[in-house]
Design a protein around this ligand. Structure first.
Ligand SMILES: C[S@@+](CC[C@H](N)C(=O)[O-])C[C@H]1O[C@@H](n2cnc3c(N)ncnc32)[C@H](O)[C@@H]1O
Length: 182
């Protein structure tokens, strides 16, 4: 099973081509590019703290002909300063940029705030998908923190799924939070 493709399936369960989506960890722009394709007539906000991520993503999206995006050089913990409307979905791909500076990784405290705010922004029927990489120390802490925190969400309003390989403890895993439509 391919984790990246599986993360996309959660978004594709209830896609909205006029919708608003957020890529909370832009990196080289692959998830932003995917979301731009989902929200063909909508908008994608994408966050990263590294200028190189914005440069690489701008290049990728221009090559693919997308114009429905806003790239934001800021931490995802500031999402509510930039996104003022309800969102149809969002993606987190935690950790560090492959091939980039490994010290610029996501951190428990800011990830917690971004996930909490992202869930508050979700429309009914919307999904937040988080890919977690427990193979490094901060990634393991992020995973443990998110599993503990997200287990507290009320079952009446949210489903919170965890998809992981139970025979490979350090392998990446997915948490998907769906807010039920009213
Ligand atoms: C695993 S990479 C993301 C890969 C990306 N989804 C892609 O398709 O290429 C994680 C990214 O999160 C970024 N990051 C770290 N802390 C962040 C924060 N507080 N807010 C937003 N992005 C952050 C890193 O700079 C890195 O580019």
């Amino acid at each position: 099973m391919n984790l990246k493709e599986h993360a996309k399936e959660y978004i594709l369960k209830n896609p909205n081509e006029n919708g608003v989506y957020v890529d909370f960890t832009m990196g080289n722009g692959h998830d932003t590019e995917f979301l731009c394709g989902v929200a063909k007539n909508g908008k994608v906000y994408s966050f990263d703290v590294q200028p190189a991520a914005l440069e690489n993503t701008q290049k990728l999206l221009s090559e693919k002909g997308h114009t429905n995006f806003e790239l934001i050089l800021s931490g995802h913990q500031n999402v509510k300063e930039y996104v003022k409307e309800p969102i149809d979905g969002g993606m987190f791909n935690l950790g560090y940029l492959p091939g980039g500076d490994k010290s610029k990784h996501t951190m428990c405290e800011t990830t917690f705030k971004a996930v909490k705010d992202g869930i508050e922004l979700l429309k009914g029927g919307g999904v937040l998908v988080i890919s977690v990489y427990p193979g490094h120390d901060e990634g393991r802490r992020e995973g443990e923190m998110l599993l503990e925190y997200l287990a507290t969400y009320d079952r009446k309003y949210y489903s919170v799924m965890n998809c992981r390989m139970i025979n490979s403890y350090d392998s990446p895993f997915i948490i998907a939070v769906e807010k039920y439509a009213k």
